[in-house]
Design a protein around this ligand. Structure first.
Ligand code: HEC
Length: 110
């Protein structure tokens, strides 16, 4: 019985940690990404949308994370209709980038 209670506590704390991570992704998106990509990922005159975005939908987490961490500029730019670069997000740690990628995936699924 003691064992079962212990397992329950671990499962509960994992669930709480999981939701904290998701919340962090949304919060980081709101403060660092939404000014260009839109609050709901709808895009803007400055940057592409994430809703129905094939790159975000189909790419591996690591490939999306690389764009976020390194940015996209010069010859690497994909969208010629947006004059500015995707600025590299050097201040975000790996866990935060991971959480943001998960948030982008939810936006792309809309
Ligand atoms: C100053 C405006 C700006 C900010 C802030 C910004 N981006 Fe971008 N982002 C861009 C632009 C412009 C592009 C298009 C680059 C190109 O031409 O390939 C882009 C492209 C991307 C792409 C690739 C999309 C695709 O279809 O290939 C991803 C992923 C991305 N941004 C994620 C983020 C995330 C996550 C954040 C916040 C941490 C963020 N961006 C913040 C301007 C911005």
């Amino acid at each position: 019985m003691k064992k079962l209670i212990g397992f329950g506590v671990i499962a509960l704390s994992l669930a709480v940690a999981g939701s904290a991570l998701a919340a962090d992704g949304a919060a980081t998106y709101k403060s660092k990404c939404s000014p260009c990509h839109g609050a709901e990922g709808q895009g803007s005159a400055m940057a592409p949308a994430f809703t129905k975005n094939a790159f975000v939908k189909d790419s591996k987490e690591a490939d999306i994370a690389a764009v976020i961490k390194n940015g996209r500029s010069g010859a690497a730019k994909k969208y010629k209709n947006f004059a500015i670069d995707m600025p590299k997000q050097a201040t975000l740690d790996d866990e935060t980038v991971k959480a943001v990628v998960a948030h982008l995936k939810t936006l792309a699924a809309k």
